[in-house]
Design a protein around this ligand. Sequence first.
Ligand SMILES: Nc1ncnc2c1ncn2[C@@H]1O[C@H](COP(=O)(O)OP(=O)(O)OP(=O)(O)O)[C@@H](O)[C@H]1O
Ligand SMILES: [Mg+2]
Length: 144
Amino acid sequence: MNISDFQPKEQVVTLGALSEFSATLIPFLSKGMVLGLKGDMGAGKTTFVSSLAAHYGAQNVSSPTFALVNIYEGDLRIYHLDLYRLEDEASLFSIDIDRYLHPHDGISLIEWPERLGRLAPVGMPVLSFAYDAEESRRVSLLTT
Ligand SMILES: Nc1ncnc2c1ncn2[C@@H]1O[C@H](COP(=O)(O)OP(=O)(O)OP(=O)(O)O)[C@@H](O)[C@H]1O
Ligand SMILES: [Mg+2]
């Protein structure tokens, strides 16, 4: 199954239910996939990644590039990138971004994918987290 088959394309999810929501995505995830995670600060992107990693039984968390990349080792390896603090496009090359845009041995989940600029993969699926109410978020699957 491909991520483009994931339904519904938009749903309202509370922060507390993000873990269950992330579990529903698992059948659509496979090695090599790159998924962008868009949304304002506090929208739930990191909470989503943490709960997904937990479903895969992630054991250890390491950070080869301080603050920008975390690797979660579980049944499926997750490369978690948070590009919020990325200073400029040149910094993408210094973290060897190509490796994470082609994650043959795992999947990449990229917060603030807008920062990829022209390096963003064409057609990259993006999960968008938008504020709905205090603890509820409108989560949509977009294709860029
Ligand atoms: N079960 C829960 N109930 C209520 N609040 C929660 C729950 N789980 C997480 N939160 C809160 O929801 C917010 C989500 O923050 P999170 O770090 O996931 O956002 P983010 O989209 O990654 O933001 P950033 O762009 O700053 O990285 C946090 O304030 C967190 O404390
Ligand atoms: Mg975050």
